[in-house]
Design a binder for this molecule. Structure first.
Ligand SMILES: *Cc1c(COP(=O)(O)O)cnc(C)c1O
Length: 363
């Protein structure tokens, strides 16, 4: 193994991986989804800290772009978002209220999404505020059963919900029969609340056509550049994840790379070791599968992914491969869903998995 000589002290100083967050691209993606369904209001789902990209900054950017409705999962995400946005925008809390939070719901003007009979009862006894009703139309995950509508119709109407919603199980599978089933069930439920806005579609549902848009859409992952939109919809990458090369060297044919020696070199190969690993949120399942890009040149990951290190084959990028050089693991070349697929996962998991060790850099 031959060490690469000319690494300067400066390039060795900051080896922490960086995620450059392109806020203007998030706004552009929101506008692209908004244009798809011009008759519906386009909300923004910013749960899980804006899918890992920073809920406060993302939401302020989207508010400036014209978004006035936001969704988070947890109450605590809701209070933090209210602080970031100030009063005005509507903030829905998908997981609904618990007894100990009722007062803060009112003080922070958060709108709970009620998904169980317990939550309905709790909210009915609370000092009245706006709420949404979430019905399960076939996913069997979260939501009121439609039979509740039969039994407790008046009670539900007395809550004066500001939104009736449901969620598609197969929105990303356009031909799946369950989409139509859920659409029909939801249409019937929504008709019981003729004056209340209705919402069925998350990102993928926005690609299913007008019938699925109702009054409000709830895109999340599409805003961050994920999902698989039709050809006609262009989403911009919203995060460039870069890691520094720590070392460049040549390893000999017949030798192996990394823990458990899972890759055997067929020829003498120039390798680079990069300061990125599963502690940064890169899935271990991406070993021998992910691709890093050095100035746009693909450099396949060889061997297992370690906690802090990944080894890549830089044979095709010898000139650029220097200590301190930055390797792109997400971005214009390393496309989010393609990179995720290489690791057997989805853009959702890759983004929300990026750990705190990855420095977020904003424009
Ligand atoms: C997370 C979530 C969304 C957003 O989903 P994406 O697939 O990221 O667009 C919308 N609605 C509900 C109920 C959700 O839980």
């Amino acid at each position: 193994m031959t060490a690469e000589p000319n690494a300067s002290i400066e390039t060795l100083m900051s080896s922490r991986p960086r995620a450059h967050i392109h806020l203007s691209s998030i706004a552009a993606n929101w506008q692209a989804i908004d244009r798809l369904n011009p008759t519906a209001t386009t909300a923004a789902v910013v749960k899980a800290d804006g899918y890992g990209l920073g809920a406060a900054k993302v939401s302020r950017t989207l508010a400036r772009a014209g978004c006035s409705t936001f969704f988070v999962a947890h109450f605590e995400e809701g209070t933090a978002l209210r602080q970031a946005l100030g009063f005005g925008p509507r903030i829905f809390v998908l997981n609904g209220p618990t007894g100990s939070h009722l007062r803060t719901y009112r003080e922070a003007d958060l709108t709970p999404v009620l998904s169980s009979e317990e939550q309905v009862e709790l909210w009915a006894r609370a000092p009245r505020g706006a709420c949404a009703l979430h019905f399960d139309t076939g996913m069997n995950r979260l939501g009121l059963s439609s039979s509740v509508l039969t039994h407790r119709r008046d009670e539900l109407h007395r809550l004066q919900p500001v939104l009736i919603m449901s969620h598609l199980a197969c929105g990303d599978l356009p031909d799946h029969a369950l989409n139509r089933v859920q659409l029909d069930r939801f249409t019937e439920i929504a008709s019981a609340f003729p004056d209340t806005p209705a919402s069925l579609s998350a990102s993928s549902g926005c690609y299913l056509g007008k019938a699925y848009a109702f009054d409000l859409t709830r895109p999340g992952i599409a805003l961050y550049g994920g999902s698989t939109p039709p050809e006609t919809v262009r989403l911009e990458p919203t995060v460039t994840l870069e890691a520094r090369i720590l070392s460049v060297f040549t390893a000999k044919a017949g030798e192996t790379v990394g823990y458990a020696a899972t890759h055997t070199l067929e020829q003498n190969t120039t390798l680079a070791t990069v300061a990125l690993g599963y502690a940064d949120g890169i899935p271990r399942s991406g070993g021998n599968a992910l691709i890093g890009y050095l100035d746009g040149t693909p450099c396949p990951v060889l061997g297992r992914i370690s906690m802090d290190l990944i080894t890549i084959d830089v044979s095709k990028a010898q000139a650029e491969a220097k200590s301190g050089a930055r390797v792109e693991f997400l971005g214009a070349h390393a496309k989010l869903e393609e990179q995720a697929a290489r690791a057997g996962t989805l853009g959702y998991e890759l983004l929300t998995g990026l750990s705190n060790r990855v420095e977020r850099v904003y424009p």
